[in-house]
Design a protein. Structure first.
Length: 250
């Protein structure tokens, strides 16, 4: 599904990613862990195509297509979802209306007509039940006065509605409280299929107790320095990151 080769990227002329190779197959959950400032958010932003970041070398192939020339919206329409993509508040636009607009924009970009209203309602009902989202929430204004947990719930709802092929969840270092953590992880787990894939980016091992990865990669100073199974996450929790740096230095 996703094949990243020798990816180098910089921001404001400073090289952050220094040769990343990563391959994700349908049905897999990969985690990227690493200390603060190692380039995790840069990697997710570059995959999503955010324009502040300059790709200076390498390629990102998604479903056999080179993403280099595609802007973030086009990548989203191809099925790449980056969480925290819409952190802005949009007063006056309800969760439901925002979702309708987003879905129809996706459909249009893929050559489809608007989803018929009854089908849309059915989809909204189905997904909100799956994620245990109540009716009242759906008519709230987008992100206006949302608590941390509600913001997360809204994001996972977006993900459920859009049915992306690849979801990238950048936890950010602010961390999630336990409620938000449950909301995110239950949602992600319920939405997993053998056709989609998830890339979880996190500083802490905690989230990976809930979303169990197939593969764990350690990113340090813009490079993937170690790859392993889920047990690697526990080892990092226990031992921190320094031993890997030392291992590499030897
Ligand atoms: P992580 O998500 O692993 O904490 P980031 O990808 O956010 O790391 O940041 C990697 C490095 O890039 C850090 O040294 C950070 O200071 C730098 N960086 C990130 N964003 C910017 C920016 N907008 N301008 C300049 N430097 C940045
Ligand atoms: Mg950071
Ligand atoms: Mg980050």
């Amino acid at each position: 599904m996703l094949k990243i080769k020798n990816l180098h990227a910089s921001i404001e002329g400073k090289e952050i990613l220094k040769g990343i190779d990563l391959e994700i197959n349908p049905g897999e959950v990969h985690a990227i862990m690493g200390p603060n400032g190692s380039g995790k958010s840069t990697l997710s932003s570059v995959i999503a195509g955010r324009e502040e970041y300059e790709m200076t070398d390498g390629e990102i192939i998604f479903e056999n297509e080179d993403l280099a020339e595609l802007d973030p919206e086009e990548r989203a329409h191809k099925g790449i979802f980056l969480s925290f993509q819409y952190p802005v508040e949009i007063p006056g636009v309800s969760v439901t209306n925002f979702m309708k607009t987003a879905i129809n924009a996706h459909r249009k970009a893929n050559g489809l007509d608007d989803m018929p209203a009854n089908e849309m309602l059915k989809l909204i009902r189905e997904k909100s039940e799956l994620l245990e989202i109540d009716r009242k929430f759906l008519s709230r204004s987008l992100n206006e006065g949302f608590s941390g947990g509600e913001k997360k719930r809204n994001e996972i709802f977006q993900m459920a509605m859009l049915e992306p092929k690849l979801s990238i969840l950048d936890e950010t270092d602010s961390g999630l409280d336990i409620d938000a953590l449950r909301i995110v992880s239950n949602g992600v787990n319920k939405l997993r299929t053998e056709n989609n894939a998830v890339l979880v980016i996190t500083h802490y091992q905690r989230l990976l107790n809930y979303i169990v990865p197939d593969v764990v990669h350690v990113l340090i100073d813009g490079k993937i320095v170690k790859t392993g199974g889920k047990e690697l996450a526990y080892e990092l929790e226990e031992r921190g990151y320094d031993w890997i740096k030392q291992e590499k230095a030897v």
